[in-house]
Ligand binder design. Structure first.
Ligand code: ADP
Length: 253
């Protein structure tokens, strides 16, 4: 997926100009930036939820911004910060919403869709919750159900907006491990906006840094740690990256 010269935002309040970056399949990209830097704005523009002023989002040679919502939803599965399902409904029905882009008007999910929905629930150890009311689940479980719904939607790209925001430490880590596994297993291209650069270092392949409306891209597989430290420090202040076994820890100098 190639984001090309994307410009847009909220007229008179906030505007991003000429944003460019690429998300490849099979890789996890962290979208990092301080609060209010425009991460959600970029995600909303890519997903067609906020009209762009100019620019394109190419998947292969198609500008997905020119597609109808249903067609775009077959290419991109979007997981919002908060899913505003406010009525009582079962977990399986929430997951089955993922097939909506493939249904005609008034068509309902068929047996194959239900089998598939159970397959994904089982894969994540949640099939026993299929008939539980979604409303009574914890924040972490709700988040997982929405991610499973996104898998059933079967977009080639998975875009998550701060999926960790309502989770405790254990669930944040679990979620990132799962996203990593999903990306590898299903060869998705994954773009995740997040607050904590430590998760980016430990679970992502690339970082897309947003600062003052400008993007810098860091390939974590290629760049030296000293360079990554310098780039992160430009945003977050004087940081030190510490290696701890196979993991990275971040602290202020
Ligand atoms: P981030 O996701 O990096 O925290 P956002 O993209 O949410 O940043 O916000 C970027 C800027 O756009 C902020 O200044 C925010 O106040 C503004 N903004 C966000 N949503 C709206 C909106 N619906 N109307 C007007 N301004 C908005």
């Amino acid at each position: 997926m190639r984001v090309h010269q994307l410009s847009g935002g909220y007229p008179g309040v906030f505007f991003l100009k000429d944003i460019n970056f690429t998300v490849n399949e099979g890789k996890v990209y962290a979208l990092l930036g301080l609060n209010g830097s425009g991460k959600t704005t970029i995600i909303k523009m890519i997903c067609g939820l906020l009209k762009v002023k100019s620019g394109n989002v190419f998947i292969d040679n198609t500008d997905i911004l020119t597609l109808k919502e249903k067609e775009r939803a077959k290419l991109i599965s979007y997981v919002p910060q908060q899913c505003n399902i406010v009525y009582d409904t079962s977990v399986i029905d929430v997951v089955l919403m993922g097939v909506t882009p493939y249904l005609k008007t008034f068509q309902t999910p068929n047996k194959d869709h239900v089998v598939q929905a159970y397959y994904y629930l089982k894969k994540f150890g949640l099939d026993h919750l299929a008939h539980t009311n979604y409303q009574i689940l914890s924040g972490g479980l709700k988040q997982m159900v929405i991610i499973i719904r996104a898998l059933l939607q079967d977009g080639r790209y998975l875009i998550l907006d701060e999926p960790d925001s309502s989770l405790d430490l254990i669930n944040k880590n679990r979620l990132m491990v799962k996203i990593r596994a999903i990306t590898n297993l299903y060869n998705k291209g994954c773009l995740i906006s997040m607050h904590n650069p430590e998760y980016a270092l430990n679970y992502c392949d690339n970082i897309i840094l947003l600062r003052d409306g400008k993007i810098s891209e860091i390939d974590l597989g290629k760049e030296r740690i000293a360079f990554v430290e310098k780039k992160l420090s430009e945003i977050y202040g004087d940081l030190k990256i510490i290696r701890y076994g196979h993991k990275y820890l971040l602290c202020y100098k």
